[in-house]
Ligand binder design. Structure first.
Ligand SMILES: [Zn+2]
Length: 247
């Protein structure tokens, strides 16, 4: 997101914007190069500027497959930050106490919401899987007899290799996310096995509940706090900027 904002300051236009997002979403090097070559035709300067940025920091095509995350936007940090904006102007101790309560409540709400869910995997992962199963019908699968399958997708006719044992697909989506892509779903469907067997543990309800199993303990108010022999901290020097204060 910050990369896009920086790019937009110097190189404007809808075509460049679309190509940047396409290159960022690309999961393979060939797909990345395809969009970047199109960008080179639209704006060679923008292409050069972007190629100097480390690809592993902004394009899925260079992300590691160990973290099972294909996120390239920091929206979740922004959402968390905006929830804290109300607390920023408070006195530091009051701010920490309010922050503590906010996180304590957040853990409880998220855990209880998941407990009431009947699904084996988390709702957002389930939604993505359902979409992949829907598109799996567009694939023609040829089985090698082992754990590998040749998959031809009807959109573009790409020929890919899926390995169900290694949990990989040539499109790299399964490797990156831990959730089977639609090519992989087409192969799994032939096996007549539960989908959950091919989904990474990080998406399972059981894992989620383990993560949220540790509650944040409440803290008593300052009137119950013990006095410390340490000297009291001094208030920082305040510089009053010129002009009318914003708040
Ligand atoms: Zn795939």
């Amino acid at each position: 997101m910050h990369l896009f904002q920086n790019m937009h300051k110097e190189y404007k236009g809808l075509a460049l914007r679309r190509l940047l997002w396409k290159a960022a979403r690309a999961t393979t090097l060939s797909e990345f190069n395809l969009h970047m070559n199109q960008m080179k035709e639209v704006s060679p300067n923008c292409y050069e500027w972007l190629m100097q940025k480390p690809r592993e920091q902004w394009s899925r095509s260079a992300f590691r497959t160990t973290s099972h995350s294909d996120m390239f936007v920091n929206n979740h940090c922004e959402v968390f930050n905006s929830s804290l904006s109300k607390l920023r102007d408070l006195h530091i101790i009051t701010m920490f106490r309010e922050l503590h309560k906010t996180i304590m409540k957040r853990i409880q709400i998220r855990r209880d919401k998941m407990i009431t869910t009947n699904a084996v995997i988390c709702p957002s992962a389930h939604k993505k899987l359902t979409k992949s199963i829907h598109y799996a019908g567009n694939c023609v699968v040829t089985w090698s007899g082992g754990s590998s399958y040749s998959v031809t997708s009807s959109d573009g006719g790409h020929e890919l290799v899926v390995n169900l044992l290694k949990r990989t697909c040539a499109c790299r989506k399964w490797d990156l996310t831990g959730l089977p892509c639609y090519h992989a779903c087409a192969c799994i469907a032939l096996r007549n096995e539960p989908w959950e067997n091919y989904i990474h543990d990080c998406y399972k309800k059981e894992t989620y509940l383990q993560l949220y199993g540790h509650t944040l303990e409440p803290i008593v108010g300052p009137e119950f706090w013990e006095d410390t022999p340490e000297p009291k901290p001094l208030a920082p020097a305040v510089k009053i900027p010129a002009g009318r204060p914003k708040k």
